[in-house]
Ligand binder design. Structure first.
Ligand code: FES
Length: 108
């Protein structure tokens, strides 16, 4: 199996409001793009507790809260609070000029 780096353009920086959460499809995966305090974060859009859809949840300061049972996921580390115990998958983001990209690994 080999890994290839993939990159998808999510939009222009100005397309995203401060403190916004945007649900995107990236290479068939559901990804949540968060823009907070001038930084873009990207994470899997499914809660690791019981598959809650995170874009239906609440954006807190530095975390996303799942609306189903209240688990919070740290935007920097992916670490959860109870009842979730498994980290959320994070994706790298890049800003080049006015474009925002989400970076992921493809396996073959
Ligand atoms: S499904 Fe997210 S906290 Fe339970």
């Amino acid at each position: 199996m080999s890994l290839t780096r993939g990159r998808v353009r999510a939009g222009r920086v100005e397309d995203f409001a401060q403190d916004s959460m945007t649900a995107l499809k990236v290479d068939g995966r559901e990804v949540l793009l968060v823009y907070q305090n001038g930084v873009f974060y990207a994470l899997e859009d499914r809660c690791t507790h019981d598959n809650g859809i995170l874009h239906d949840g609440e954006l807190l300061d530095g975390a996303v809260k799942c609306e189903r049972h209240g688990a919070k996921f740290d935007l920097e580390t992916g670490r959860p609070t109870m009842p979730a115990v498994k980290k959320i998958r994070l994706y790298q983001t890049e800003v080049e000029g006015d474009a925002v990209y989400i970076v992921y690994q493809q396996s073959f």
